[in-house]
Design a protein around this ligand. Sequence first.
Ligand code: BJ8
Length: 425
Amino acid sequence: MSEDYRSMWAELGLDLDAHDALLGVLGKAYEDIFLAQKKRPEGMAYFDFVMSEVHGLRIKELLDEKAAGRKIIGTYCVFVPEEIALAANATMVGLCAGADFAIDAVEQLLPRNTCSLIKSTFGFKLGKVCPYLEASDMIVGENTCDGKKKAYEVLDGLVSNLYVMDIPQMKSAAGRDLMKTEYYKFKAAMEALTGVGIDTARLKAGIAAVNAKRKAMHRLAALRQANPAPISGLDALLANQVYFYDNPARFTDSVNKICDELEQRIAQKSGVAAAGVPRILISGCPMAVPNWKLPAIVESSGAVIVGEESCVGERGTRNLVDDSGDTVDALMEAIVDRYFQVDCAIFTPNPDRLNHIESMARDYRADGVIHYGLQFCQPYLMESIPVEKALEEKDIPCLRIETDYSMEDAGQLKTRVEAFIEQLR
Ligand code: BJ8
């Protein structure tokens, strides 16, 4: 961290000792997992900087935005439309957390058998270590899985600014109507919070900013089809994680710069791993910062990850919003159309996700798929068995992993992953 941000953190109400401990662990993990990689694209230096300042400079920027009258919106799910927040002069940041923290305190509020992602989010609140959460003017929850849905009832007692959005569970006409109603309600809530009326020009600008960010991620994803892979799965995951925190325009530029560099690598047939190294598609639950456990195990076991079928990955960034409408209502319809295609496992039935896993495996030339399910995550664990069966019918090997954020099973996971990779050679 290049500056001393302690007074800023103290003003946000963080527990400085606990926060120091978290940053210490995070910094060490980052060094061991990311900086130790070989042949990283030079453009990743930007993401190294972002990560080194993730609780520093970026928070200062957000506080400066607040001082200038902008509102900060914290979210936990890719169903919350960033376009609408931007159109209302607000900045959106992701709040999902990827590390265990204050587990004892969390388990006094939530059952032990709650997924790590939800527990971690609560741990960061109870342990007072998340400056994004504390800087948020509104925290948006959503009725997705049962765990999150009920956890927001508890979170409501811990924060004063929770807004909960209903999300359909079926891709029916009634489901789409529900999403449309909720997105209009969210638009009204944004306008009330910021005092900014959303007109066509504002909404178009919001759509353009998020579409540009997604297009850059699509470009990055397409380059990973190359063999040898031009970028590690870890670095690509990091870009997908930073997607949720960074200034959208700066993020888009930075990803595009990396893509320019990767195009040169591909032209020179140079990669992070040799051609012929087993290529893996990861599919399943989202991996929030600093959840790098499984990708680190996979890539230190002699394989390269070429795609993420995940909300922190292609499920979250797939499809653009059609920006051709010339009224607010037309643009809102286009936003609903785009988000209604997200194939989260909370939907039933959910055939699109299976089709996407198969097409991603084909497009990224994956030799095998690792299905990543967080323990106690019913939607993704339930889908993992049909996913495995369908892939095996197409002769695509699949390894189902069920894990949590602890490192206790790291040795056992490594053994299973190594055996799987061996089978792919
Ligand atoms: S759109 S995946 S971001 S809900 S891991 S909390 S599902 S028990 S995160 Fe998600 Fe939105 Fe869906 Fe994506 Fe529940 Fe499972 Fe925990 Fe999860």
